[in-house]
Ligand binder design. Structure first.
Ligand code: SF4
Length: 334
């Protein structure tokens, strides 16, 4: 079962108690259920206007590089229970010189789905081929504009022609490795939403497996700060339907919130997130009480009573479960 199937099942199960029960079963049966989200370097070559990389105060705090010599410890601590490794979550992973080592370790740990998110302005074909040979299953590319003008406006320091060249490289590599996936994440706002109508004109020759469209989110004092969706709401369904129709013609799976969920920020899907979403960066390693250099995730769970915690949650009061919800959109996977 691939990672997107697991996501679909999680979306289908509405009852949070059943989600905890499922998690408990996965845990007891020693199945993989953690999603490891790893930013190996706290830097980015771009300055996108909707991103905290345009928030000077935030960027001052974003420093550091994950030590290469500690990668095997990271692997030992969490990768044996990882259903997915996502490299690059909030920074640019291609600035990290030891990406090969990460993919090799994940491949050795038999992580079933290894993905990387990038702005794709620095991708080279031979390097990409190596990553795929070392186990990379999917590349996710961030996009904030469909035309050169809009792309370079919203993705400060980005180069649209170089971006298209990278997409071309990815399409060529996909011919060599047909199972390798390309996903595009398009973040929209009131000023770039209607461009989605032309998405397939610009990218008609690119072999895209998944297209996610998602609204702007406030993630700091960003340069672009119009968070309203008012102008989008009346035309959302029309654009959604058009994009989805073309996506089907191109064999692309569209991942997008339905109109009624566009402004809905609370999701029961997120109640299991604290137990499955393992964020690692040069400054953070998931739960503060996890001594990852000395113990594995299994040992941590035993020490902190994961099983009894899940049982308590299965029978917890509604208010306790409500409190576990965090900000998250419900996405439909078409
Ligand atoms: S490429 Fe990604 S991390 Fe870099 S500035 Fe743009 S949105 Fe932020």
């Amino acid at each position: 079962m691939n990672y997107y199937s697991l996501l679909k099942i999680n979306n289908l199960i509405k009852n949070p108690r059943l989600k905890f029960l499922g998690l408990l079963c996965f845990h007891i049966l020693k199945k993989r259920y953690i999603s490891v989200q790893f930013d190996p370097v706290n830097a980015c070559n771009l300055r996108c206007k909707m991103c905290y990389f345009t928030d000077k105060d935030y960027v001052k705090k974003l420093k550091g590089l994950f030590p290469k010599e500690e990668l095997p410890l990271l692997s030992k601590a969490v990768l044996k229970r990882a259903a997915k490794l996502q490299v690059g979550c909030g920074t640019e992973p291609t600035l990290y010189k030891n990406l090969d080592d990460i993919f090799i370790l994940a491949q050795q740990a038999k992580v079933p789905y290894i993905s990387m998110t990038t702005n794709a302005n620095l991708i080279e074909k031979d390097t990409l081929r190596n990553w795929v040979l070392h186990g990379l299953n999917e590349i996710t590319v961030s996009l904030h504009g469909v035309t050169k003008e809009s792309y370079e406006h919203f993705m400060g320091k980005g180069n649209f022609d170089r971006f298209l060249l990278s997409l071309q490289y990815i399409t060529e590599i996909k011919k060599e490795f047909p199972d390798f996936k390309l996903r595009i994440n398009y973040t929209f706002n009131e000023d770039n939403f209607l461009e989605l109508k032309d998405f397939w004109k610009t990218f008609k020759d690119i072999n895209i497996d998944y297209l996610q469209i998602r609204p702007i989110d406030k993630i700091g004092n960003t340069e672009y700060n119009n968070f309203s969706l008012e102008k989008i709401l009346p035309v959302y369904n029309e654009v959604y339907t058009l994009v989805n129709k073309k996506a089907i013609e191109h064999n692309t799976i569209l991942i997008a919130p339905k109109l009624d969920r566009l402004n809905y920020k609370q999701s029961m899907n997120s109640v299991i997130r604290p137990f499955t979403y393992c964020y690692i960066s040069p400054l953070v390693f998931w739960h503060k009480d996890f001594n990852w250099k000395q113990e594995t995730y299994n040992q941590y769970c035993k020490r902190t009573g994961f099983t009894s915690q899940m049982i308590r949650l299965i029978f917890a009061k509604n208010a306790t479960i409500q409190a576990l919800q965090n900000k998250s959109l419900n996405y439909d996977i078409n």
